[in-house]
Every structure is written in structure tokens, then in C-alpha cells.
Ligand binder design. Structure first.
Ligand code: ZN
Length: 306
């Protein structure tokens, strides 16, 4: 039995701030769960992040308030936090001059990054590198992903005309995970999907999955995935946080050609005869030479169109 933890990066809305929407599933054999969960906790503890949720989008950015604290790197953790909170208070007071909306937005930003302000940018980066490498070292874990360039036109069938990038990505993850489960022809090779319960689309995903159980996806009958997705609290679920990490850096690869972090867990994307079949970069007719597309082109398929 494999448990596939799914998380996303970027926004589905075509007008949203990111050019890509990425969905990634991290599948692990159920009997390895305890060991991997402990490894994740140990990794967090090494970087003074025990008991904190790993939310890459907030950890990976720079906090300019830290740069304003003289000798920040030499301060003990408690003093770092106190100094940053003082700077933030000043920023909030300045934002108040621009109105309540500015205060609200800044306060939200600060609340999300508060669990990490005791670490410098370099220390946060080192923690994320370690987590990415830890994921990369789990030889029997598998990643499945779909990176959608939202500018690309979908050639969807009529009944899918109202599908979002999120719907297409979900179908891809379900299909790729199922293909992996059935590759060896073992009918007992089963899987289940686990999502972050914050997803606003939980009802929709549940209904989509029910449809897939009845009629299959566009590509396959889905016999080896049980149930509709289970929804859990990501702040308490380590593997969802690692799926978040993989989705975030896959998006950064597609949008900004940032390869370094992606390379650390890239070997875990499902492969068949050396071809990375577990991950697609959908770019429509646009030719793309990123690592993902190049890997597929080797077999003579058009970049981004398979
Ligand atoms: Zn590409």
C-alpha cells in the first residue's frame, strides 16, 4: 500500500501572480511511513525547527527586517526574535499610515513567517536544502507531478471545457500514480491519496475522484486507488509538507529556471527505462528546454505537449 500525499504551488486562477500551477504527489510505502516521519522530524530538529510546520513559500523568502538588525547573525535565538518583532512593530505602524488594508496584509505576512525569524536567510536555506536532500534519499518513495503553464491552451474535450489547471493537474497525478501502482501487474498494489484539508476544492476533488472510479480518467481505468482523497491538517502531517516543498521548487524550476533545489529530489520522480514519466511540464505549443521537457524529448516526443 502506498500513501500519496498531494500539495500544490502557485494559484489556479489564470490572472493570479504565478505563471504556473504545480501539483505534486509524494507516494511512500505505508510500512516506511514511521521511519520517514522520524527522519523528517530529525531533519527539522537539526535546524532548530522542531514542532514547526515547514511552509516553503514563507521560509524561502528574505525578511528585510532581519537585515536592519545590527549583528543579527551573532545574536542568540531569543534576541533575534525580539529584535525582528521590534522592527516589525515599526513597519506595522508605518503601514497604518497607508490604511487598514496595508496593515492587514503586512500582519498576515509577518504571522506566516514568524515561526522562522530566529533563523537567518542562510540558515533557512540550509534547512530547506537538507529537507530536499532527505526526500531525495528515500529510494522507495515516488514523486508524481504536473506543472501547468497557465498561458498554454488546453486541448480539452468539450465536457472538460470548464476544467481549471487544478483539475487537469489532479487527473494527471491520479493517472501517473495509478500507472506506477499497476506497472508490475500486482493487483494487491494499492494506493490512497491524502490532501491538505485547507484546499477550498475538497468537495470538487471528491466528486472528480468518484467519477474517476466509475469512468476512469482520460487515460486509464482507476482500479488500484481506493476511496476519495483523505483530507488532513498539513501542519501536523510531515509528508504533506514535503510535497509542498517539492511542488514549490518544481514551480521555481519552471518559472525561474532554478535547478539547484529541484536536483536534490529529482531522482524520486517516477521513471521508466530512464525516462522521467512521473512529471510533466505542460507548455502547450511553446517549446521548452527545461530539465523536465528535455528528459521527455529524448524519446522524440514534442516538448511540453505529451
Ligand atoms: Zn519545460
Amino acid at each position: 500500500m502506498y500513501i500519496c500525499y498531494v500539495d500544490e504551488s502557485g494559484v489556479v486562477d489564470p490572472a493570479g501572480g504565478t505563471s504556473h500551477f504545480v501539483l505534486v504527489g509524494l507516494a511512500i510505502p505505508a510500512h516506511r511511513w514511521r521511519e520517514y516521519d522520524l527522519a523528517f522530524s530529525a531533519c527539522k530538529a537539526r535546524h532548530r525547527l522542531a514542532d514547526r510546520e515547514i511552509h516553503v513559500g514563507w521560509m524561502a523568502r528574505r525578511y528585510p527586517e532581519q537585515d536592519r538588525v545590527a549583528g543579527f547573525d551573532r545574536l542568540p535565538a531569543a534576541d533575534r526574535v525580539a529584535a525582528v518583532l521590534r522592527e516589525r512593530k515599526i513597519d506595522i505602524a508605518k503601514a497604518a499610515l497607508r490604511g487598514p488594508a496595508a496593515v492587514k496584509s503586512l500582519a498576515k505576512n509577518y504571522k506566516k513567517s514568524e515561526p522562522y525569524v530566529h533563523l537567518s536567510y542562510l540558515e533557512r536555506t540550509a534547512a530547506l536544502e537538507d529537507l530536499a536532500s532527505t526526500l531525495g534519499s528515500w529510494s522507495d518513495a515516488r514523486l508524481f507531478g504536473d506543472a501547468q503553464d497557465k498561458r498554454a491552451k488546453q486541448r480539452a474535450r468539450k465536457e472538460r471545457a470548464n476544467w481549471t489547471a487544478g483539475d487537469h493537474a489532479f487527473e494527471q497525478i491520479v493517472t501517473r500514480f495509478h500507472t506506477f501502482l499497476t506497472r508490475d501487474g500486482d493487483p494487491a498494489s494499492m494506493g490512497m491519496l491524502v490532501y491538505d484539508h485547507d484546499q477550498a476544492v475538497s468537495t470538487q476533488l471528491t466528486e472528480r475522484m468518484r467519477r474517476f472510479h466509475v469512468a476512469g480518467t482520460q487515460y486509464a481505468k482507476i482500479r488500484n486507488i481506493v476511496e476519495t482523497p483523505f483530507f488532513v491538517d498539513s501542519s501536523l502531517t510531515s509528508m504533506i509538507q514535503l510535497a509542498d516543498l517539492a511542488a514549490y521548487y518544481t514551480r521555481r524550476l519552471c518559472e525561474n529556471a532554478e535547478e539547484e533545489m529541484f536536483r536534490r529530489f529529482e531522482p524520486r520522480f517516477d521513471r521508466l527505462n530512464g525516462l522521467m514519466v512521473g512529471l510533466r511540464h505542460f507548455t502547450g505549443n511553446r517549446r521548452c528546454t527545461c530539465i523536465i521537457c528535455t528528459n521527455h524529448v529524448r524519446r522524440g516526443r514534442g516538448a511540453g505537449t505529451y
